[in-house]
Design a protein around this ligand. Structure first.
Ligand SMILES: Nc1ncnc2c1ncn2[C@@H]1O[C@H](COP(=O)(O)OP(=O)(O)O)[C@@H](O)[C@H]1O
Ligand SMILES: CC(=O)OP(=O)(O)O
Ligand SMILES: [Mg+2]
Length: 384
């Protein structure tokens, strides 16, 4: 090591690129930014988004050419069965991430673009991949396996991998801290509701179930993704509707979810229309919340005892009506939301449940970038 202590983190999501430059010596955030609504008019794709990020960093005098930079940490969404820990990126690792593209078509390509762009600018700099799937490697077989023929499943590596793991890990620990308890002593349900959305059941710091599966398509209703449906829907669309496999893929990943139901993938827009009495937006909202509640109930049963339900990511942190509707009428489960606390705006981790609610309800802003920076710096420090 050269004594360099800064880590640049690139978090490419399906609709946004977030970045942070953190000095790990003192935790100082030296630069951060967000390019969102990728795929919209102004930012056509992730390459354009990364150009904007590089420009912003250079304008701040904290460009990639800085000798104080120790490493770049990348969020990589799919790590398959192979990657269950932060990994130094080599040609061979990059190739393996490329081979996983079919399992995360909206994400791994963006992550690869970030890695390649960085390499071009700083070929000497260590780059580390921190995988969304890693935190879910602890799922018991009963939760990880689908009930299909075992030999077929094994042959094609078909199982539940789960995603948003870095967020679920960070948020579940931070929630324990908010409750004044150790992560080992609490059971929490984390609801990561961004453009992509997933739920996780975390028992004593260990993930025991999660809603996304082989790919980030399963589970909750998302911005443009359907989440759960009868697998026979695909067969029906193919056999009776004549849709090709690629058309069905596009339908379920890009033209479903909130966007498919009401034409808007952004919850800000959906709730604005809801307030104006738009019936299409209302139905989309209701379907979104109904699915969410099914997972809360399901994970309650999986965990047996729940200490907290924790909301995070763009929708979870900001959408007051989503939290209100998701937690409504659950008093019998010991879940009591406090309407005033729920409506109060804050960027801090906070409780939004009533004093005395048996199960706490919390909002914990996720910080995937900090978690990725920690894991990245720890790995490059160990390399010496
Ligand atoms: N104030 C808000 N109210 C409701 N929803 C919001 C608000 N701010 C952001 N969002 C939602 O958060 C989503 C983005 O979440 P984020 O976690 O940043 O997404 P991702 O990482 O998946 O790109 C947006 O699509 C939008 O629906
Ligand atoms: C895995 C996933 O869905 O990520 P995002 O929410 O960033 O799209
Ligand atoms: Mg995200």
């Amino acid at each position: 090591m050269t004594g360099a202590t800064r880590v640049l983190v690139l978090n490419s999501g399906s609709s946004s690129v977030k970045y942070q430059l953190i000095d790990m010596a003192d935790g100082a955030r030296l630069g951060s930014g967000l390019v969102e609504r990728i795929g919209g008019g102004e930012v056509p794709d992730h390459t354009a988004a990364l150009d904007l990020v590089a420009e912003q960093l250079a304008a701040n005098g904290t460009g990639l050419d800085s000798p104080a930079l120790a490493a770049v940490g990348h969020r990589v969404v799919h790590g398959g069965t192979r990657f269950t820990a932060p990994t130094l990126i080599t040609d061979e690792v990059l190739q393996a991430v490329r081979e996983l593209v079919p399992l995360a078509p909206l994400h791994n390509p963006a992550n690869i673009t970030g890695i390649e762009t960085t390499r071009k600018l700083r070929p000497d700099l260590p780059q580390v991949a921190v995988f969304d799937t890693a935190f879910h490697a602890t799922l018991p077989e009963s939760a990880a396996r689908y009930a299909i023929d075992t030999a077929t499943a094994d042959r094609y590596s078909v199982r539940r991998y789960g995603f948003h793991g870095t967020s679920h890990q960070y948020v579940s620990r931070r929630a324990a801290q908010l409750l004044g308890k150790s992560p080992e002593s609490v059971n929490v349900i984390v609801l990561h509701l961004g453009n992509g959305a997933s739920a996780a059941a975390v028992a004593g710091g260990v993930c025991v179930d999660t809603s996304m599966g082989l790919t980030p398509l399963e589970g909750l209703v998302m911005g443009t993704r359907s989440g759960d449906l009868d697998p026979a829907v695909l067969l029906h669309l193919h056999r009776v509707g004549g849709l090709s496999v690629d058309e069905i893929d596009d339908l379920l990943n890009r033209r479903s979810g909130l966007a498919g139901l009401c034409g808007d993938n952004d919850m800000r827009e959906v709730t604005r229309r809801l307030d104006q009495g738009d019936p299409q937006a209302k139905l989309a909202f209701d379907i979104y919340v109904h699915r969410l509640r099914k997972y809360v109930g399901g994970y309650y049963a999986v965990l047996g005892r729940v200490d907290a339900v924790v909301f995070t990511a763009g929708v979870g942190e900001n959408a007051v009506p989503v939290r209100a509707a998701a937690m409504a009428g659950l008093e019998a489960l010991g879940i009591e939301l406090d309407p005033a606390r729920n409506s109060a705006r804050s960027r801090e981790p906070r409780l939004v449940s009533r004093e005395g609610s048996r199960v706490a309800v919390a909002v914990v802003p996720t910080d995937e970038e900090l978690e990725i920076a920690r894991q990245t710096f720890s790995l490059v420090s160990d390399l010496g």
